[in-house]
Design a protein around this ligand. Sequence first.
Ligand code: GLA
Length: 402
Amino acid sequence: MTLEPPSPTTPRGRLIDGLARAYPELAGDHARMRVVRAPGRVNLIGEHTDYNDGLVLPAAVSLAIEIALILTDDERVELTLASSGDRGTLDLRDLGPKRGTWLDYVAGTAWALQEAGVRTRGFRGILFSTIPSGAGLSSSAAIELATAWALAGGEAPALDPMTLARTAQRAENEYVGVMCGLMDQFAVTMGLAGMALHLDCRSLAWYPVPLPPEVELVVCHSGSPRRLEASAYNARRRECARAVATIAAREPGVSSLRDVDRAMLERHRASLDEVACARALHVITENERVIEAEAALRSADLDALGRLFAASHASLRDRFEVSSDALDTLVEIAVGTPGVVAARLTGAGFGGCTINLVERGRAAALRAAVEREYGVRTGLTPRVFVVDAADGAGFVPPTAET
Ligand code: GLA
């Protein structure tokens, strides 16, 4: 804990400086100042499998949300967005109903923590973000986890990490009203530098998978808004549930698509409508690809990674129908660029981003190709981010200034 004002020329110092400018009346109280941080995430492979009890392979990334805060003795939260100056206020004893703004992620997290029996504390804070919002990089899960650390007084919330991730998911499902699976909150909570994370969404068993040093992660943002995302996402969930219900009526022991393999799906094809069958086939094959991709990462089999990412993208486009012209174009440009190992859409789809594995040191060629071709072909403005696999949410110690 530092009692001296931190130097405003360090990254942490700049956050504290912004905090002092937003709340000048509290600015002298350095002993009560904290900085917490939560990363965004990419999913390498395993898309739309989490809510089907399946397998995912995400990584937390070096784009992040940070909150610099001053602990207070009241039951009030005041949080200011550094980007716009917009300020939200909450009474922790009376969180009230959903408002339809970004503040719902903060209020929802406070609600879910309280429901889990965690004591929440008041603070005044300022939120900085390098995660583009609405881009499919989990800025929502990052707000939830950064808020959870802030509400716990800048410390680890008193829950085991998996329960914390599930509590943040509950905030989003039950307070914000978005029916997401566990992947995003899991990755943002558990992230480990240099690692992807294998999660079995049925047993919740997980382990890190080292990323091969030969590749780096490049995120390409399509610049297209994720239109109708929530309703289309919920429709996909219902279509998967429909496939399960039809098969389960004929196969005892089936409770999710995790229990269905290709042979079983084939046996019941005639009873399923075409859409439900296509959705199920995506999920079944995507789970297989997660296992194969993990093996390919461990043996640095770059050709196999390229094939698996391509098959995942095609399946999401043709069977799950969550891609878009913009995302298909980004993938096409990437696979035609020397040095690109693998490319696919990442996250829910319907717009947002692609994730690319690129031979280390060759990301500039992908950036140049995207900047040269994408705007001309789509009329949209792309953004390219070279990212590292990063640690999960936590406290930023004053020593981070050195
Ligand atoms: C969104 C959801 C996740 C997951 C992905 C698709 O990111 O929040 O839970 O379902 O879409 O893989």
